[in-house]
Structure formats: structure tokens, C-alpha cells
Design a protein around this ligand. Structure first.
Ligand SMILES: [Zn+2]
Length: 328
């Protein structure tokens, strides 16, 4: 469509600003609270992005941010609504997404006060908000391979699922949680708020860098591309009236709110780099030789890094290792 990447998002922010609802800084923190839709908000600056839906049933939070930011996240939610936090849905087991589970959950109140609603007693829930995730997230958080858990019991998911699609109906809208089995990790979930038309993607989609593919935790480039495709298929762009700048909004794991076209571009970028690495591997090049051939060229300025926890080299290696069984 010849659009400069990111233009629609700038416009979307401008639109929200015009209604005076955007960019409220929570006091004493670096958190930014954006009103994405009339009943849907995003909190940036608490580790991973936090999304939350507000309504008469209470608050449904997607990801709780990092542990050090949790109190500020609770304060930011309470500034928006007096309704209790009912649910936390986790998009992975990463500390920057689940670290706030204990504090945010404790600040909430389960829908299942008598227990049994989720097949779990109210005593176990401690009365706090329910925490929903893919089963593998609970496995990681509760102490993998006999090691002590890095998280308190109150941070663990209280309700898990393993099927491709889990759903709820709260605050007058359908909420679909799609398990993506082997993308960023093996415990990823995409959360789609159908009436609000907002998708929270977790780290499958990260506008600040190449996607983190955590091979040790079951991630793979094939599942990553499939998950990006799922995001594209779930979202609808502003067609046929492109000038309206409407359409489904995607809250990424990190970075800025996006639309379907942004995810299409990101998926294409990841696919192109995957294809380059696959071709070089087919030619018999070693990982070292592939790194030297710069398969991420053209995208490094925007998404790459030479330092920090997820470098361009890390990404290329993860793509390579995803294929090391057999070249696909
Ligand atoms: Zn993250």
C-alpha cells in the first residue's frame, strides 16, 4: 500500500491523544498508561507490556509485568477503575511478564469465591485473582526438573490449558486465548478481545527487536512464523477505507501498539531472514560462516543489536538451531 511503516500507529496515538485519554504517567513511576479502546488499556514500562480490559465483571489483565513494577501496575489499574482484578492471563513464563503475578493477583479478587469454579478451591487461590496460562508456563514457574521454584506459589497459574483455543466471556465480550505451541517458547499464548478488537501478542511480536526464540524453552523459528501468521489472520486492517486508520490493534510484548500491516511486515522480515539462513545452510555453511554472511542485513538497524540479552547473533543462531535436525 506504499505506506511508510508505522504511520498508522502515529495516527492512532494522535487520535487517542485528541480525546485526551493517552499518556497518563502513573505518579512516581516510569509507567505509561494508554487508553487503547473505551474499555481497554495498555501499560508500558513495567517490563513486558501489560494490557487490561475493564468492565462490570472486573478487570482482566494480560501479563503482570516484572516483579519490581508490580505495585506500580496495581496502582495504575486502580487509577483507571475501582473494579477488582479478576484474571491475569500470561503470554509466557518470562519474568518480565509473570514477575508481577503475585502482587497483581493478590490485589485482585477471584470470581470463584466459593471455590470450585475452576475446579480449584478458593483456599488455594487465596481469594486473589485467577491466573490463566498454557500448562507449560506452570511447569516452568513451579520448579522445572526438581529445582526450587523461582517464583512464590501465589505467582503460579491457578488455571492452565493445553488445547489450541481457550475462551471466556467477560465484560460483555468474548476473550480467546490461542496457544502457540513452539514459537517464542513452548508456552506462548495470544489473547484476542473480540469486541474491543485488540490482540495481545506477548513476545511472539516485539517491535523493538528480532523475535526472541528461546530454543531451550521449546521455541522455534517455524512456530514463530506460524504464530505471526496467526496474529495476521486474527487481525483485520482498515480496508477498504484505508484513510480511516482503523482496524484491529495489536499490543506487542514490547514496543508500540501496531496494526495488522505492521505484523505483516514483521512476519515478512522474519521469513526472509529464515529463508536466507536456510539457503546458506543448504549450501553447507557452518553457523560461523552464516553469521559472517549477515543474513539479517537490511533489518539490523531497526531490530538488531550487538549487545544486551538478545543480539542479532543470538537471533541468527536460534534460527539456525531450529533447523539443525533437518533443513526444512
Ligand atoms: Zn518480554
Amino acid at each position: 500500500m506504499g505506506r511508510v511503516p508505522g504511520t498508522s500507529v502515529v495516527a492512532a496515538f494522535a487520535l487517542v491523544t485528541a480525546s485526551g485519554l493517552v499518556g497518563q504517567q502513573a505518579p512516581g513511576t516510569n509507567l505509561e498508561v494508554l487508553q487503547v479502546r473505551p474499555n481497554f488499556y495498555m501499560i508500558a514500562g513495567a517490563g513486558g507490556n501489560v494490557g487490561f480490559q475493564v468492565g462490570p465483571d472486573g478487570v482482566v489483565v494480560v501479563d503482570a509485568g516484572s516483579a519490581p513494577s508490580a505495585d506500580a501496575v496495581v496502582a495504575a489499574i486502580k487509577k483507571v477503575t475501582t473494579q477488582p482484578i479478576r484474571y491475569i492471563i500470561n503470554t509466557s513464563a518470562d519474568p518480565d511478564h509473570v514477575g508481577g503475578n503475585a502482587a497483581v493477583g493478590k490485589a485482585g479478587q477471584t470470581l470463584f469465591t466459593q471455590g470450585g469454579g475452576a475446579g480449584i478451591g478458593a483456599d488455594f487461590l487465596g481469594g486473589g485473582a485467577s491466573i490463566l496460562s498454557v500448562e507449560n508456563v506452570l511447569g516452568r514457574m513451579s520448579g522445572p526438573s526438581g529445582q526450587p521454584s523461582p517464583f512464590p506459589v501465589s505467582a503460579w497459574p491457578t488455571e492452565t490449558f493445553n488445547q489450541p483455543r481457550k475462551y471466556m466471556y467477560l465484560n460483555g465480550e468474548g476473550i480467546e486465548v490461542f496457544h502457540q505451541p513452539a514459537a517464542h517458547t513452548d508456552g506462548d499464548a495470544i489473547v484476542f478481545f473480540r469486541r474491543s478488537d485488540v490482540v495481545v501478542s506477548g513476545d511472539i511480536f516485539d517491535t523493538t527487536r528480532f523475535p526472541v526464540i528461546d530454543i531451550a524453552k521449546g521455541g522455534s523459528i517455524h512456530g514463530e512464523i506460524a504464530a505471526l501468521q496467526k496474529l495476521v489472520d486474527t487481525a483485520i486492517p482498515s480496508v477498504p477505507i484505508v484513510s480511516r486508520e482503523e482496524g484491529t490493534l495489536i499490543v506487542p510484548g514490547h514496543g508500540r501498539i501496531s496494526d495488522q500491516l505492521d505484523v505483516v511486515e514483521y512476519r515478512d522480515m522474519v521469513t526472509i531472514i529464515r529463508d536466507r539462513i536456510r539457503d546458506l545452510k543448504k549450501q553447507g555453511l557452518t553457523l560461523e560462516q552464516i553469521q559472517a554472511a549477515s543474513p539479517a542485513r537490511g533489518y539490523m538497524r531497526r531490530y538488531g543489536s550487538d549487545s544486551g540479552p538478545w543480539t542479532t547473533k543470538n537471533f541468527v543462531e536460534a534460527v539456525y538451531r531450529s533447523m539443525s535436525e533437518k533443513v526444512q
